[in-house]
Design a protein around this ligand. Structure first.
Ligand code: DP6
Length: 330
């Protein structure tokens, strides 16, 4: 098989139901705990990698040349692919987020998953899915999970080289008709990126150790809930994992506060809907948006209720989606 000149891959973002927050090794980006997520069908990234004779890597993001910081992060990632393939060529990387850019939902998870797949394939490498997951993890921890579709568990791993810090799909969850209703509560970049925020939490939060201690139990409960397809159990884990992650971040010095008034109002909306009998549960990542986990049949009504919350500017309904895949080779 000859090496293609340009490879395009797509990946969906994923939302963690048991959060990753903290690293056991910063250089290899090894997580301090395992995590568990759902890969989504919408909200993803489409990335083309073409190795060429340029004198440096170039990154075009959503139609415009990317910042130096973003280009450097992608270039460092490509260095790993080049070292493995024993090539020196630079690349043109063209990436588009299939999500409203202003929504603040553009994600490093789908970005590095799509980049890992497109870059390895364009470099002529044959890489197994677990190896691809480990590679994507170096770019961004959550990206390791977007290699796979549906429910996915990411292992903390124990090895120093990170070869066992990889994600695996959970086929026991396949076909479960759940949805995530995303309530957008603000626009623009978030206050502090997740990489810096989790490092700051590790260094300064007195609650960080308590956070770490809680994760294995949450992972076990989430696995059981998915095997049993019991939404209230999975939802309870998702809410407490998100709240504990945010509690650890809030207790940092200086504090990390991702929430705004609409975040709290959306949480209240979810709890009100639940009190009235709808099986719906929230999770929140490193930003102010609220994501509501529910059954497919309830998603439209939940989206309408969240859309009516003051400060919520938009809602999106996402379904479980497939893992990263190549869509074009030239
Ligand atoms: C809150 O994967 O963005 O979304 O590995 O430093 O790139 P880096 O962090 P990142 O962190 C994700 C944090 C989270 C929780 C999660 O997705 O598990």
């Amino acid at each position: 098989m000859s090496t293609p000149n340009a490879v395009t891959a797509v990946a969906g973002t994923n939302i963690a139901l048991v959060k990753y927050w903290g690293k056991r090794d910063v250089a290899l980006n090894l997580p301090a705990t395992g995590s568990l997520s759902l890969t989504l069908d919408r909200l993803g990234t489409r990335t083309t990698v073409a190795f060429d004779d340029g004198d440096r890597d170039r990154l075009v993001l959503d139609g415009a040349p990317a910042s130096d910081a973003a280009t450097t992060r992608v270039s460092a990632f490509l260095d790993r692919v080049r070292a493995r393939a024993e090539i020196a060529r630079r690349a043109l990387v063209t990436s588009e987020n299939t999500v409203p850019t202003a929504s603040g939902l553009a994600s490093s998870a789908s970005g590095f998953a799509a980049l890992a797949l497109a870059a390895t394939r364009a470099a002529g490498l044959a890489v197994s899915p677990p190896e691809l997951s480990a590679l994507a993890r170096v770019g961004s921890g959550s990206a390791a999970r977007s290699i796979f579709g549906g429910f996915v568990e990411m292992a903390r791993g124990a090895r120093a080289d990170g070869s066992d810090a990889v994600a695996r799909p959970m086929p026991e969850g396949d076909g479960w008709e759940v949805r995530l209703v995303v309530a957008i509560t603000a626009s623009g970049p978030k206050a502090i990126g997740s990489t810096a925020a989790m490092t700051h939490t590790m260094r300064t939060s007195p609650f960080y150790d308590a956070w770490l201690a809680a994760v294995p139990g949450d992972l076990a409960a989430a696995r059981d809930a998915i095997a049993a397809r019991h939404l209230p159990s999975l939802g309870a884990v998702a809410e407490r994992s998100a709240l504990r992650m945010h509690a650890a971040a809030l207790a940092s010095d200086p504090p990390i506060i991702y929430w705004n008034a609409a975040t709290l109002a959306a949480i209240d909306c979810v709890h009100t809907l639940r009190a009235r009998g709808t099986s719906v549960f929230f999770t929140i990542d490193a930003g102010p948006h609220v994501k509501a986990l529910c059954r497919a049949a309830d998603a439209d009504a939940i989206a309408a209720a969240l859309r009516a919350v003051p400060g919520v500017t938009e809602t999106l309904i996402a379904a479980p989606g497939p893992g990263a895949r190549v869509v074009e080779e030239r």
